[in-house]
Design a protein around this ligand. Structure first.
Ligand code: AP5
Length: 209
């Protein structure tokens, strides 16, 4: 598949989880701004140093730190792409349109109480970014990644307080993107409630049309 797909949805709606599966099955390349920024923070790069405060506070990292990152990555990709976590605002969507043509935007919808529960019990692999949930998708061995044996940790922005702030930022800045892509006729909404496999089938159907 060689589509450029934007995955929308609030924090915790399952964008990262579904992206992993879609990339494996449809041979798409993942571009996750959250993963790229966390890697920069981990490696203490100039970008990471500048981004960390915004991320820990649950706010968006400024465009000048994010947009070129995506532009560079997308230039190097042959074939289809899933953009997980980008764009996050109308301004980012308009900038994206200048260097790539989005074929489809899939919006995963989940109610707020479930989002908070999903995020505060999430664990992420330090080595490969695989995502788990202590209740809904636990690792086979506590604190160890099933896929690579890496150590699982809790993201610093997964505390309830920061999660609430991220949800606020999402409603103010990212939610308007559903109208933006709907007007272009490329928005597909997916019910994100239910187990991971059920949601995956819905996302797949939305993408394959
Ligand atoms: P980012 O990493 O993009 O975070 P997010 O959008 O807040 O999304 P999450 O990764 O928290 O959730 P997700 O939807 O991927 O859910 P997941 O699959 O993990 O961004 C982090 C920060 O980076 C931002 O706050 C910002 O500061 C900065 N940033 C990133 N992009 C930026 C941009 N473009 N511009 C500016 N700043 C940017 O699932 C969540 C949990 O639920 C997991 O535990 C999972 O196992 C579980 N789960 C998933 N699906 C289900 C299901 N169906 N049922 C039960 N549990 C489920």
């Amino acid at each position: 598949m060689d589509k450029k797909i934007v995955l929308l949805g609030p924090p915790g709606s399952g964008k990262g989880t579904q992206t992993e599966r879609l990339c494996a099955e449809l041979k798409l390349t993942k571009i996750s701004t959250g993963d790229l920024l966390r890697e920069a923070v981990r490696n203490n790069t100039p970008l990471g140093v500048k981004a960390k405060g915004y991320m820990d506070a649950g706010r968006l990292v400024p465009n000048e730190l994010v947009v070129d990152l995506v532009k560079e990555k997308i230039k190097c990709v042959e074939g289809g792409v899933i953009l997980d976590g980008f764009p996050r605002s109308l301004e980012q969507a308009e900038l994206l349109d200048r260097f790539a043509k989005v074929d489809l935007a899939v919006d995963i919808e989940v109610n707020e109480d479930n989002l908070v529960r999903r995020l505060t019990l999430r664990r992420t692999c330090r080595s490969c970014n695989a995502v788990y949930h202590l209740e809904f998708n636990p690792p086979k061995v506590e604190s160890i990644c099933d896929k690579c044996g890496g150590e699982l940790f809790q993201r610093s922005d997964d505390t309830e307080r920061t999660v609430r702030e991220r949800l606020k930022v999402y409603k103010e800045q990212t939610l308007p993107l559903t109208k933006y892509y709907s007007k272009k006729g490329i928005l597909r909404k997916v019910d994100g409630e239910g187990d991971i496999g059920t949601v995956y089938q819905r996302v797949l159907k939305a993408i394959k049309g």
